[in-house]
Design a protein around this ligand. Structure first.
Ligand SMILES: *Cc1c(COP(=O)(O)O)cnc(C)c1O
Length: 383
């Protein structure tokens, strides 16, 4: 029996995986059976629950965080001629959302330890065209919120927090999104909770939430006589009820998911000693929600490229990812004049980062297996 078990192929470990339980599956089926499947009562209930989770602030949900970021920019009145400062290493959608409004994304380097937007570099990039700051809470580690809002206050800039990776994260005991200006969450399957695709904005101001609702649905406002007017150039970013129903049940388990992520991250810190050594991510504190765990590979001490390390892990049944490439070096954003060497920390992280498996259903033994395998791969490739 043991001999048979030991021969069994080890299960493949993806780097991210949502947790969908049978209660969620039946609830989604019930919503389908109700035949009210696009935005309706479940969206309202989901927004109410998200609002309660964030201290009663107004919340609106969208088809993605990318859509949410774009709507947040429109609500803030950002458009052609404006600049928005964002980190050079984050997900592409931040830059795209800014560019779609007609504004210009201005990249700054990240802090080499926290991998969050460098606030000294941010301050240096501020000029009269700057309208907003769009920092990412990288991997779920909150920005220094005191310093961020002090800078925004001093310079009179809006802040649109890209909290795609940070629902459930806390800064000094306060949830990200429960204070500050506008926060944007993602419910993509790789994030801390999922609605399949989806996103949300948390606002400080109910009037802005209502404006966001218009941008979300064709720019429509209702007239007293029952007819409709279009008052702003809106799009179509409304989340269906089927997705919202899933989101409600995911939110109910979010704190449990986060606790599990934190435990597994702690296990990585215990187990991930390699030779040559990787650079481990910043530990943060109890407020870090650990959306992903990404060491930097010691590529200068290896005979393998990152791709070869990823392939070697894949051959052992371990999936990995890259979170993320440097945005300023993509073909699209090089057109703004950026090039190699502009943001050394972002570029170094982008070239060496490797996202390892981390999700609530992962077991401690799986983390041990990942660490053991990575240790063997790196050791064998030592220069
Ligand atoms: C996933 C992600 C987004 C975009 O989220 P979507 O819901 O997929 O649009 C934005 N920023 C970061 C940092 C992300 O990881």
């Amino acid at each position: 029996m043991h001999a048979v078990d030991s021969k069994k192929a080890k299960p493949f470990l993806p780097f991210a995986r949502p947790t969908i339980d049978e209660t969620m599956v039946s609830a989604v089926a019930d919503t389908l059976r109700s035949l009210w499947i696009t935005s309706g009562p479940q969206v309202l209930a989901f927004e109410k629950a998200l609002s309660e989770y964030h201290g009663g602030r107004p919340v609106r949900v969208f088809t993605s965080a990318t859509a949410a970021l774009e709507v947040a920019l429109l609500v803030a009145g950002i458009g052609p001629g404006d600049e928005v400062i964002m980190p050079a290493q984050t997900f592409f959608s931040c830059a795209n959302a800014i560019a779609h409004t007609g504004a210009r994304p201005v990249f700054v380097d990240v802090d080499p330890i926290t991998r969050n937007m460098d606030l000294a570099a941010t301050e240096a990039a501020i000029n009269p065209r700057t309208r907003a700051l769009m920092p990412t809470h990288f991997a779920g580690l909150p920005m220094d919120m005191d310093a961020l809002y002090e800078l925004a206050g001093d310079t009179d800039l809006r802040v649109i927090e890209d909290a795609a990776l940070a629902i459930g994260s806390q800064w000094q005991g306060r949830r990200i999104g429960s204070f500050g200006d506008i926060a944007s969450f993602s419910f993509h399957p790789n994030k801390n909770m999922t609605t399949i695709e989806g996103g949300a904005l948390v606002f400080a101001d109910e009037a802005e939430a209502q404006l966001a609702e218009r941008f979300r649905f064709h720019g429509i406002a209702r007239n007293p006589d029952g007819t409709r007017d279009v008052t702003v150039l809106g799009g179509k970013y409304n989340l269906p009820d089927v997705n919202a129903r899933l989101g409600l049940l995911q939110l109910a388990r979010l704190d449990e998911f986060t606790a599990r992520r934190q435990k597994l991250a702690a296990r990585y810190f215990e187990q991930l000693q390699t030779d040559p050594p990787c650079t481990l991510p910043a530990r943060g504190d109890a407020g870090h929600s650990w959306n992903f765990f990404a060491p930097l590979l010691p590529l200068d001490q290896l005979t393998l490229t990152r791709k070869q390390v990823m392939d070697a892990l894949q051959a052992e049944g371990i999936g990995t990812g890259i979170s993320y490439e440097a945005v300023h070096l993509t073909t699209q954003y090089r057109k703004l004049g950026y090039r190699e060497g502009d943001f050394p920390h972002a570029e170094h992280i982008a070239c060496t980062t490797l996202t390892l498996p981390l999700y609530p259903a992962l077991e401690e033994a799986d983390v041990d297996r990942v660490c053991q395998t990575l240790r063997a791969v790196l050791h064998a490739a030592k220069r």
